[in-house]
Design a protein around this ligand. Structure first.
Ligand code: FPP
Length: 253
């Protein structure tokens, strides 16, 4: 991991082709801890500043007419962090669900969660379920928060449930294809991400959406997540618009 230096902040927003904005953007929001360390602040302050960046990016995604935004907010591996940091992250989610509901409704944002919700504290889980239910019909943007999420755990969970349905005869082995597997994942019903952004300078996928990113364009940037703003998002989308997506073939349209 690199030293906690201030992350590069100034980027000039490039012009975008608004007809070719990715439908689904997924983000690994990395660098909160280093952002805080560079300022002599506790890690929790970095996560709190990260939530401000989440607000800005939701707004920018609405403006660019992105359909789905998936944010990696807490991984199955994050339980290994110090208990006070885990507690701060859980508290932040709870607070955000209360504080943001009105804005989500006003902005027409549908809230979804991908991850193992069974091990969340019952009160937090209930809060999540309520916000999911209340925002269900909002039409503008799906905000899919990956929480207590791990790509391998998601696949194991899907295999178990699919196995049960095969054993009971609910589905026959010959009928199992990519679309069927997709329906057993936490992201059932959502399109695969077109663009995956990772902030904070690391270049790996860290167990995020392993099945879903088979043909996703990857974009890595140095900026720490709390500094990530609309021009950085625009730069990522502009880079995406320069790529040729071939999906294993020889040329796209
Ligand atoms: C990774 O940075 C970030 C996280 C594990 C948490 C992300 C959470 C938020 C941005 C706020 C909550 C968001 C919602 C939607 C409720 P890191 O801590 O690994 O940073 P480092 O690599 O610099 O240590």
């Amino acid at each position: 991991m690199s030293d906690p230096q201030p992350s590069p902040q100034s980027v000039i927003a490039p012009a975008l082709d608004l007809a070719r904005v990715p439908s689904h953007i997924a983000i690994i929001m990395d660098g909160n801890g280093r952002w805080a360390a560079a300022r002599g602040l506790p890690r929790a302050a970095g996560h709190r500043a990260g939530l401000e960046a989440v607000r800005r990016i939701i707004e920018a995604c609405r403006e660019y007419r992105v359909r789905v935004l998936t944010l990696y907010a807490f991984s199955t591996e994050n339980w290994r962090r110090p208990p006070d940091e885990v507690e701060a992250l859980m508290r932040l989610l709870g607070e955000a669900l209360v504080d943001e509901l009105e804005d989500l409704m006003e902005a027409g944002v549908q809230f979804r969660m991908s991850g193992d919700l069974d091990t969340l504290e019952p009160a937090l889980r209930k809060q999540v379920e309520q916000v999911v239910a209340v925002t269900h019909d909002n039409p503008n943007l799906v905000l899919n928060v990956a929480y207590n999420y791990g790509g391998r755990a998601e696949i194991i969970d899907a295999v178990r449930r699919l196995g049960r349905d095969l054993a009971s005869g609910h589905i026959i082995p010959q009928a199992v294809d990519e679309a069927v597997v997709g329906r057993y994942l936490y992201t059932a019903g959502l399109p695969d991400p077109d663009l995956l952004i990772r902030t904070g300078g690391e270049q790996r996928v860290s167990n995020f959406l392993l099945w879903q990113i088979a043909y996703t364009e990857l974009y890595f940037c140095e900026v720490y997540w709390p500094d990530f703003d609309k021009p950085h998002l625009a730069a990522a989308i502009a880079e995406y618009q320069h790529r040729r997506r071939r999906f294993g073939g020889i040329e796209d349209a």
